[in-house]
Design a protein around this ligand. Structure first.
Ligand code: SF4
Length: 442
């Protein structure tokens, strides 16, 4: 039987897509092995949103050259939005890249991968000429139970693509127009996951708040329906767009016990001027008002954000506006990035590009500030008791387990592996910026 290996360099969307493909291949008798076990085929799937991730994948592709020259193995399939962006170049540059497939063709991948292994000289190109014009979706919606890395937690995609065209972002160009998944498909998948022992589900989309706009439904409606699956103990969702995060959604979050008080609400900049240049359709003040409202209605909220520094034309004042926003909001965590040009986006040709050194200098300053804030917030939790879903042994330390609080903070504590998949109460004894330490209480 052919042997394959999957390598994921990307966001949760890529993890989910890769899980679907590996499930179908395994169900057809393929063996999943590690990279070191000479697979016949390596599927590399990745995200194109940041230049760094792309560079990583490009270097990885180059690493297979010596092995290919020696024994013509392994064959490579490049998938995900990175394939839509770099696929043509990869086919031309590396003879062992035999299949490139954009994210809209995930459903065709298992057959395409089998073709490549059966006919090793074939080269398959499943890229869209222009995904912005591609409204369909080759998505395999068979009722399959997806093979997952974690037994107790799962992602469920509720929508694909994005219509927002933020000026720095490549997603609408590589993942295409926004399409909601049908509610029946989503509910069937959730039912299967529950039967498979899953206790926590994260609803996934580039902008989940847009759910339903193309099928006359709404995200608030979907969230409420999903919360009615009472065997689902925890529900999260990612990612939200501030302008579409309506009071209806907040009310459902506040009213349903199994919807976790955790939210990623990407602000991207604390300066209204830069937000306009980014084509984000809210001001600094509107963002702050929304945060205030959510915190009033959802007590104990864990709030994270995404923020870019060094956007073209960002002045010292604009940057200070981002710094002061962090001080005002006091996020639990910030996913920060120095702006990097993505070819084909409007921002890549804007005037006022900042030197890379200045972007990195600002990123360091911002991270130093946020690390202090995160540590302060975490320290204030010492002595508190949280219900934690034990999802894994801790990566370091014999006899340690790892889990998350409802507000999505990682907690590490001593305990038996028999507790995996259980909800336990943990008292916080010590705090770091990246995790909390605790002890089990009866
Ligand atoms: S909302 Fe903006 S940043 Fe998010 S995926 Fe869409 S275009 Fe990109």
């Amino acid at each position: 039987m052919p042997r394959f290996c999957v390598k994921v360099y990307g966001c949760q969307m890529n993890v989910y897509d890769a899980d679907r493909v590996r499930t179908v291949l395994c169900s057809r008798g393929w063996d999943e092995v590690s990279d070191d076990d000479s697979p016949d085929l390596i599927m590399i799937t990745g995200c194109s949103v940041r230049a760094k991730a792309e560079q990583k994948v490009w270097s990885e592709l180059g690493l297979y050259e010596p092995s290919w020259l020696k024994n013509h193995r392994p064959l490579i399939a490049l998938t995900g939005c990175i394939a839509q962006n770099l696929g043509e170049r990869a086919l031309n540059r590396f003879p062992y890249v035999r299949l490139v497939a954009g994210p809209r063709h995930i459903g065709l991948l298992p057959d395409a991968v089998e073709q490549v292994v059966k006919h090793p000289k074939s080269r398959i190109n499943l890229l869209d000429t222009d995904p912005r014009e591609f409204h369909g979706l080759n998505f395999d919606s068979d009722n399959i139970t997806i093979k997952r890395e974690n037994k107790y937690k799962a992602y469920v995609t509720i929508a694909h693509g994005c219509d927002n065209f933020c000026t720095y972002c490549i997603v609408p160009y590589v993942r295409g127009r926004f399409i909601s998944r049908s509610p029946d498909e989503i509910f069937d998948e959730i039912n299967m996951l529950i039967n498979d022992g899953v206790k926590e589900v994260t609803l996934l989309g580039q902008n989940v708040n847009s759910y339903g706009k193309d099928i006359n439904l709404s995200f608030a409606w979907l969230l409420k329906r999903v919360s009615e699956f009472r065997d689902l103990k925890r529900i999260r969702f990612v990612t939200s767009l501030p302008q579409d995060f309506t009071e209806d959604i907040i009310n459902v979050m506040a009213g349903e016990e199994n919807i976790c008080p955790s939210l990623n609400l990407p602000v991207q900049s604390g300066s209204t001027r830069i937000l306009r240049l980014m084509n984000r359709k809210y001001t600094r003040e509107e963002y702050l008002d929304k945060v205030k409202l959510i915190r009033e209605k959802v007590p104990g909220l864990g709030l994270t954000t995404d923020l870019i520094v060094g956007f073209p034309g960002e002045t010292e004042q604009d940057f200070n506006d981002s710094m002061s926003l962090l001080e005002t909001v006091r996020f639990d965590l910030v996913h920060s990035a120095a702006y990097s040009e993505r070819e084909g986006t409007p921002a890549a040709v804007m005037e006022g590009a900042l030197p890379v050194e200045l972007r990195l200098e600002r990123l360091n300053k911002l991270n130093e500030l946020q690390d202090r804030i995160t540590l302060d917030i975490n320290k204030a939790l010492t002595g508190e008791i949280f219900e934690v879903l034990v999802d894994d042994p801790a990566p370091k330390g014999e006899g340690l387990l790892q889990g998350r609080t409802p507000s999505d903070k990682v907690v590490i504590f001593p305990g038996s592996k028999r507790l995996l998949g259980e909800f336990v109460n943990v008292r916080i004894t010590q705090a770091e910026a990246w995790c909390l330490h605790g002890e089990l209480i009866s």
